[in-house]
Design a binder for this molecule. Structure first.
Ligand code: ATP
Ligand code: MG
Length: 414
């Protein structure tokens, strides 16, 4: 991809309305633009990364037997009255009317829609279990949208719903999804903890949150420095330095960003909305449900919070927007630039995803922008190109090597 064609409108000055690093980077780096409070356009650079995040989520969910669908964002009031949430959801629900004065909302979540979508079909134990997910925009009129994509009013979520005949089957799905989430967050290069969460009447271990550890997080987590033990401080007060309740290690505190939530719903929706099946014993029973969310757009910020240093970005490999950032020092039309074009063609043909900085900008501007784009390897075509040599810089190690152009495609860009 040629950088001049990609539309990456970087800003010269630091955006004033951004308080946290990830928000600053996304605005200054030309990743996104604000449209209204908590509502953003994902520009090509951010959207490319978002699609990579989404595809990792898809791969891991498909692996455990989930199927993807797409439900409407526009949802009828009738359904929300069936579940009792039209009133209960309160002001966070974005409500609207059509030209015939019929009432709708923009979906903040999809339990109602999915339950209605499957209820005529999942009518026998023979048709269970099923696990269905979507990746879609959600709408919540948050009281205080803030930190850019962290708390948006329109944001992208992956939501998964499982339908089981027995509690054991729900337990199995819950564990499988938990495992998939672990794989997803590991592949995203995140440092996180899984914490027991408040789960209303259902109680116990029936709800857990995936918390990315980070100073700007809204939740406070108590965790063991030697084991997996972790809990939201809202739920259990533990003294810092006290022995961990599981007997392993000592308690420490950290702030966390909730990026995922897994939840055993039980029959909370299937009962009022009459999602029933006939069991082996011939008795009609409510289907047992689970729901599992991941904040896709929040994730891009969570990753950035953990993968920048003084606003210099280094995207984890699996979500990096490109494999190589190719930066010619010479302007368009010069021999040096033409050599860079040849290298671009060659590396692209070899299967690398290369971003070529073909803009007529100074070296300073190009490198500043490259710091915001955050591709691990930079190939710099400078003065030594006359001798057939380019510089390869690894921004993780900060090491630069002189490499012969003819050896470039053998270079280990890992
Ligand atoms: P929070 O406590 O942060 O408001 P929640 O409990 O309301 O989150 P869920 O309803 O469980 O969130 O939604 C699933 C996931 O969607 C969350 O784990 C989070 O990553 C993401 N999410 C929720 N609200 C927002 C928002 N306003 N902006 C961006 N992402 C969000
Ligand atoms: Mg919320």
């Amino acid at each position: 991809m040629k950088q001049s064609l990609m539309f990456i409108p970087t800003l010269r000055d630091m955006p004033k309305d951004a308080e946290i690093a990830s928000h600053k980077i996304l605005l200054k780096g030309g990743y996104m633009k604000q449209h209204a409070a908590g509502v953003y356009t994902y520009l090509p650079l951010a959207y490319k990364i978002i699609k990579k995040i989404e595809n990792i989520v898809r791969e891991e969910l498909n692996k455990i037997g989930c199927s993807e669908l797409l439900m409407p964002a526009l949802q009828s009031k009738d359904l929300w009255q069936e579940s009792g949430r039209w009133e209960a959801y309160g002001k966070e629900l974005m409500r609207l009317k059509d030209r015939h004065d019929r009432e709708f909302c923009l979906g903040p979540t999809h339990e109602e829609v999915i339950t209605a979508a499957v209820r005529d079909s999942l009518n026998s134990y023979k048709k269970l279990p099923v696990a269905l997910y979507q990746i879609q925009s959600k709408f919540r009129d948050e009281f205080r949208p803030r930190f850019g994509l962290m708390r948006g009013r329109e944001f992208i979520m992956k939501d998964l719903y499982t339908f089981s005949a027995t509690n054991e089957d729900l337990d199995n799905w819950y564990q499988a999804v938990r495992g998939a989430y672990i794989n997803i967050l590991d592949r995203l290069g995140l440092h996180y903890r899984i914490v027991g969460a408040a789960s209303g009447q259902i109680g116990g271990s029936s709800s857990e949150e995936f918390m990315v550890l980070c100073d700007i997080g809204e939740d406070l987590i108590a965790y063991s420095d030697e084991s997996d033990f972790a809990n939201n401080v809202e739920l259990c007060q533990l003294e810092e330095g006290a022995p961990s309740p599981d007997g392993k290690g000592k308690i420490k505190y950290a702030k966390g960003i909730e990026v995922g939530h897994i939840f055993k719903l039980g029959t909370k929706y299937s009962e009022p909305m009459k999602l029933q099946f006939v069991d082996v014993d011939g008795v009609k029973k409510p289907v047992i449900m689970g729901c599992y969310g991941i904040g896709i757009s929040r994730l891009i910020m969570a990753i950035l919070e953990q993968h920048n240093e003084d606003l210099k970005v280094l995207w984890p490999k699996e979500v990096s927007p490109f494999d190589i950032h190719l930066i010619p020092m010479d302007k368009v039309g010069t021999d040096g630039f033409n050599k860079a074009l040849e290298i671009y063609q060659d590396l692209t043909n070899k299967g690398f995803d290369v971003l070529l900085d073909d803009r007529s900008e100074s070296a300073g501007v190009k490198f500043n922008d490259a710091d915001l784009i955050g591709v691990k390897y930079r190939v710099i075509v400078g003065r030594k190109i006359n001798e057939g040599i380019v510089e390869v810089k690894n921004i993780k190690t900060n090491l630069t090597e002189d490499i012969n152009v003819s050896d470039l495609h053998n270079y280990n860009f890992e």
